[in-house]
Each structure stands twice: as C-alpha cells, then as structure tokens.
Design a protein around this ligand. Sequence first.
Ligand SMILES: Nc1nc2c(c(=O)[nH]1)N[C@H]1C(S)=C(S)[C@@H](COP(=O)(O)O)O[C@H]1N2
Ligand SMILES: [Mo]
Length: 391
Amino acid sequence: MVRVLGKELRLPDLARPQAFDSQLRSTRLTSQLGGALGVAFMTCFLTGLVSHLIQHPPAWFSWPSRPVGLYRFTQGLHVATGLACTPLLGAKLWSVYPRLFERPPLRSVGHAIERASIAALVAGALFQVVGGVINISRWYGALPYFFTVGHYWVAWLTIGALLTHIGVKLGIARGSLVRSDVIDHKAGLSRRGLLTTVAAAAGVITVATVGQTFSPLARVSLLAPRRATTGPQGLPVNKTAAGAAVGAQALDPSYRLVVAGPRREISLSLAGLAALGQHTVILPIACVEGWSASGTWSGVRLRDLAALVGADPDGASAEVESLERAGRYRASTVPPSHLRDGLTLIALKLNGAALHLDHGYPARLIAPNRPGVLQTKWIGRITIRNTGEAS
Ligand SMILES: Nc1nc2c(c(=O)[nH]1)N[C@H]1C(S)=C(S)[C@@H](COP(=O)(O)O)O[C@H]1N2
Ligand SMILES: [Mo]
C-alpha cells in the first residue's frame, strides 16, 4: 500500500485510470495549467533562442552591447522559467491522467496527431529540464549528447509539439475558461487551492534558483550550485587554469599579448599593456548556466588596441584567442557592436588586484551584455579586422 494524494493505493492500481481520481479534474483546470505552462514554456524558448543566436550569430542577427545587464536578465529568466515548468507539467499531467487510458487509444488521424504531439511535448519537456539541471550542476559526463546542441534541437521539437497541441486544444480551452464548471468539492483541496499549491511550488523553485544571480536570495538558493560571491576575488570560477592547462604559459615572464590588425602586428608585455590608457568598468559575468556575478574590472579598451594596429575602432571585429590549446571556449568573436563600446576591455585587474590565475591572468576579455562563454580568459592573441560597418 502507498498513500498518494491522501488515498490508500495498492501499487498495481497506479496503472489504472482510477489511481488518482479526483473531483478537481476539469477541462477548466487543465486549461488554466496549460495557459501557465504555455507562458513559461514560450518565455523559456525565446530567451534560449536569444542565447543561441548570440553565441552562433547568423548574418541577419546582431545583439547590442547595451543595456549591459540584459543578457544577465534573459538568461536568468531562461533557467528560472525552465525549472518552473517542472511542477506545472506535473500538475497538468495529473489533470489529464485518466485520459491516458482512453479506449480506443486512437480514434482518427486527428486524434493520433493530437496524442503524438502530447507524447512529444512531455518527452521533450522532461528531456530539456533534466538535461538543463544536469548541465547547471556541471555533471557533464552524465549526458550522452553534447548539451548545447541537443538542448537546442530538442527545443525546436518541443515547441513544434506545443504549437500543434495548442492548435488542437485552443477551442476547448477557450470555452472552458469563460465557463466556470460546477464542481462539488466538499472534501479536500479546491481548484484554487491546487493552483495556489502549484504556483507556490513554481515560486519556490524560482527563488531557489535566482539566488545564484541575485545575492539577497543566495542563502535560500538550494538549486543554485554557484554562489555569486564565492571564488577567488569574490567571483565564481567556471574553468580553472589547471583545468585549461594554461598555468605555465600564463605565468611565464616572457608572456606577450599579440595583437594583429590590418596595418601592423604588435606584441605587448604586461608592462607594455599597463603603460597604455587604463579604464575601469563594473560589469557582470553572466554564465549560460544562469549564475551571474558583478565585478570591477580594469584594463585596456579593445577599441584602443584596434586603433593601435590600424583598424577602424568603430567598424571592426576581433577574434580573441586563449593560450588554452584545446577546449570549446578557447576563442570568441567580438562583433563591431561590442568592439566599439568603450566598456569592452582586455582586463588586467579584477576588484582592485591583478587578475587571479583562475579568472584569466594575465589578460581576459570582459564585455557588456554578453554570455560568460564569450568572455575569453588567458588571452594570447587578438586578430582585428575591419568590417566596413561603421556606427
Ligand atoms: N579560455 C577560456 N575562457 C573562458 C572559459 C573557458 O573554458 N576557456 N569559460 C568561459 C565561461 S563558460 C565563463 S562563465 C566565464 C567565467 O569566468 P570566471 O571563471 O572568471 O568567472 O569564463 C569564460 N572564459
Ligand atoms: Mo559559462
């Protein structure tokens, strides 16, 4: 015997439609849950798409460098709405549980499409949430696919299934939302009670996550593996210098930053970099995994380096390469929108001291409104090209 939602059940009963029977089930409840899930899902999908486009920009796409914290917000929202889908999806599935046992299972082609879309939707949603949580927990080995590629394509599949499902159900849902069903619920939870519980669960999950980016909530953030203030110099570390195998080269006194441009190539020692005009900016690192943390960075403006090598500071892009030999995030491209922005620095200092080795010593990129994966650490070489696109 097990107790489920206040009822005594024998395990074999769970596979029967009566298993979780409840007076609360109604088309209206399912529609209300569906509406909330639809909003959370769409928000999650669109913010995820933005993040993908920034990292793999097609020719038509450009992302501005201001407001500086926009990506921090959209990506925080992506992770929070994704996690909030879990209780919503659970409740919605519960609300239609008996219908999974309908006979005949497929009545018509339309019915078959409808059921297939639900199966794809549920499978896709679970895949995304489970994969996302595993990725945030940095348990990368547990995933049999490369996370960002799988996550991206399954997102399209799932959203396709969602749109099919909405197309099929919209009429029914609309009708049920304007009408109010009469349910007799003398005992147990009311529909409002159930919806409040689900909303509370989604809220708790959100709070438990956003603390990794919003420090007043950090202490209650159980689902946030990274605290915004832990790590050297008060900032979390994603990949360490040891993990990237760059320690020896980064600490070598003969280190030079090579900057190549249309007119010349220069090679700067740390003293040479320090002799150039220094600027200080306050900018966040906003990791795709949802955590973010602000730091005070000082260093040389990338646009000043562009001018030094004969590129147009207002119409050039830069390829920034790490000393790291392999590794997916060893290089990034700075588009003209970010290169021309005076907040984009080759940072030498963080929070008043020389960069910690794990934060990218001797020099790292820090730019406004940009995912953490593109803030390249331990820079060895920068190649700047004119694009002909001036502001
Ligand atoms: N060369 C290199 N730079 C890198 C990475 C990396 O793996 N290699 N990781 C990136 C990621 S995913 C993030 S979130 C930020 C984190 O910067 P931090 O460790 O200084 O907080 O660094 C970025 N820069
Ligand atoms: Mo990251």
